[in-house]
Design a binder for this molecule. Sequence first.
Ligand code: ADP
Ligand code: MG
Length: 293
Amino acid sequence: ATPTALMVGTGRGAQLGILIKGPEVLESTRAVDTVVLDKTGTVTTGRMTLLAVHTAEGTDEAEVLRLAGALEHASEHPVARAVAAGAAERVGALPVPEDFAGVPGLGVQGVVYGHAVLVGREQLLREWAMDLPADLARAKAAAEAAGRTAIAVAWDGEARAVLEVADAVKDTSAEAVARLRALGLTPILLTGDNRAVAEAVAAEVGIDEVIAEVMPQDKVDVVERLQGEGRTVAMVGDGVNDAAALARADLGLAMGTGTDAAIEAGDLTLVRGDLRAAADAIRLARRTLGTIK
Ligand code: ADP
Ligand code: MG
């Protein structure tokens, strides 16, 4: 394409809310046939709400909220924000943890009021040789069947509660997926979240292919595997945990509402965090480069 065409394309991108790192990006955009979509914060709003607290027998709900809320207050994950805000709403001021560490893709661990506390996926508890008791396992299964994320809470070596957290699909996501399909692209939903939750979201927006329960560091392997199948892959994401996959993809699209790490790793930014702009970007690249030899 001529420099003029690329400049026009880049300028039109800016009007559409698409920030393009360099004119050469349009070249890789044109060939894309597969679009991998991160779930949380990309297809969904990422603004989660704490909906319910299920406690084990003999466990005080307020104590669950104080301990879990205190730890999550120190984390920036969308799940953590929901838990901290929901806890503060229900029990007031939260204690400051004596110790805190995030465990990427799994949850958080730390010390609150002298208790060793874990908040996160069931897998995080298993790593410390803890299981959910039958009543909490049932609460978790029911929450997930309803498309919600279930977060386990444990302290001092015992599972104590399951928190139900829900996210909302962005109201533009279904239309965005339909537009991607209309361009002949295959959409795939990729997430670290539970399979049942991922499938509920996929069904809501019209995606057939779901890759769930993927650890943050393994998202890049998924992109590589798809490329190994001969596909030209675009990845759309917003999180720190998407950065490597965004960089590895043939085309990385970062949500402008996402983290700096994602924006730096991407080839272009969807400024308003509107997924429909992903389809606009691909159409724009095809137009810009298609008209001029
Ligand atoms: P996604 O790919 O959907 O953006 P992540 O890979 O960041 O999600 O996390 C995967 C899962 O790990 C989350 O759905 C949640 O169940 C759990 N998780 C991660 N961080 C936290 C946290 N701070 N508190 C509780 N759970 C967490
Ligand atoms: Mg995300």
